[in-house]
Design a binder for this molecule. Sequence first.
Ligand code: HEM
Ligand code: PLO
Length: 483
Amino acid sequence: GPTGTGTGRLRSLPALPLVGSLLQLAGHPQLHLRLWRLQGRYGSLYGLWMGSHYVVVVNSYQHAREVLLKKGKAFAGRPRTVTTDLLSRGGKDIAFASYSPLWKFQRKLVHAALSMFGEGSLALEKIICQEAASLCETLSAAQDAALDMAPELTRAVTNVVCSLCFNSSYRRGDPEFEAMLEYSQGIVDTVAKESLVDIFPWLQIFPNKDLALLKKCLKVRDELLQQKFTEHKEAFCGDSVRDLMDALLQVRLSAENNSPPAPGLELTDDHLLMTVGDIFGAGVETTTTVLKWTVLYLLHYPEVQRKIQEEMDQKIGLARHPHLSDRPLLPYLEATISEVLRIRPVSPLLIPHVSLTDTSIGEYAIPKGARVVINLWSVHHDEKEWDKPEEFNPGRFLDEQGQHIHSPSPSYLPFGAGIRVCLGEVLAKMELFLFLAWVLQRFTLECPQDQPLPSLEGKFGVVLQVQKFRVKARLREAWRAAS
Ligand code: HEM
Ligand code: PLO
């Protein structure tokens, strides 16, 4: 039929009163895979009921682009759920707050503060390189041991975000860092994963292990954030802006000086606190996850690792360390990062969107208030768009000469798109490039001899997590000889 008329009736999974379509979804911890497979029976766009909430699932890039870009504003809302309301104090952050004039203002401020500090600033490159050097030292010291790299990768990434947000960093074994690792894991394990309390809010009144864990972790996080915030407010004088926290305090101050905020348009301390919580949380969990996935794929595809190293030896050599300005010189490394972001999207279902008006997707009418889940897993594994989608092949992102990186399909949206596009794309890409370049210039990563290759299966949640695995980081002969 004609498109854009919004008259069609969307196919829906069968639903029962009260539980909705839960029976078809129950018992599937890997929700992204379940929703991907349901396409076989219901087509790429279908509806379902999560308790009393109507959910539309989008599995094709055409519909994803329509929701995110063409009708971005109509779909810029976010649902309120029990767990994300706890995390963000009722949506006072950016990621889990619904669309409003205040949210728009807040997002603009953060964007400005991030460009001022992060992106394009030499200071940030220096911080990342410092952390990369320290990571390499730790790997050197652990020569030939079968090492769980996760804590060291996390510390490196955390220190970058910590410098950026709070102008501080953590040493190895710092108890505050250990506490942070623990609470953040607890939050990732419990928040925004379509758990039963989020589907049936009334379940909160019963004791619930996940909810108790989330509350305990949030208490630790809140104390840590509050302490940083208080320190910054006390030291803040307006003319020296040391970090993102200062930048937010300053832009709030100057906005207020220009004109006192209209009622309801006021950025409270809670708003600033939750915003920094988002940047800090997203900054740590996403980038670390991608680094872990990359290391894991390099163990499975040693020829990819070899090619990255050959490219580096040719273009940079071993006499100096890699810089951000080397990015155009290392297209194969860039392509590898792109391929990791495709094959294991950090955020496999994005964050749910909500329609703010009666609208449509394709020829189907979508009522106001519908939750829209973009299944990025489906979009990145669509056989019509990707040749052998489960195959890890960085080459698909390179042109014929292998010199330039390009997106081979419009079906590639690792950071989302439109009004709700990721705020940290530039920062994340800087970190991924520098950390990987530093490590691979010096080390070859291998699977410990006596162990099977670790599984490539992710664990679904607010980010697609990697299962724990061990690595041997062997100092390269060439590097040894050169130094
Ligand atoms: C949102 C991906 C790193 C901050 C998102 C979304 C995706 C995404 C898919 C959701 C878009 C949507 O709901 O439509 C990624 C990936 C990353 C990454 C793949 C790493 C490779 C970061 C970093 C930061 C960050 C380092 C911190 C500076 C945010 C924020 C949002 C967001 C604040 C919410 C935006 C909004 O709701 O308006 N990201 N992200 N992300 N990201 Fe990232
Ligand atoms: C990660 C655990 C932290 O303790 C809290 C936190 C804050 C922001 C969240 C992040 C977590 C997970 C990844 C999210 C990010 C906002 C945007 C990002 C959801 C829960 C993505 C990939 O969409």
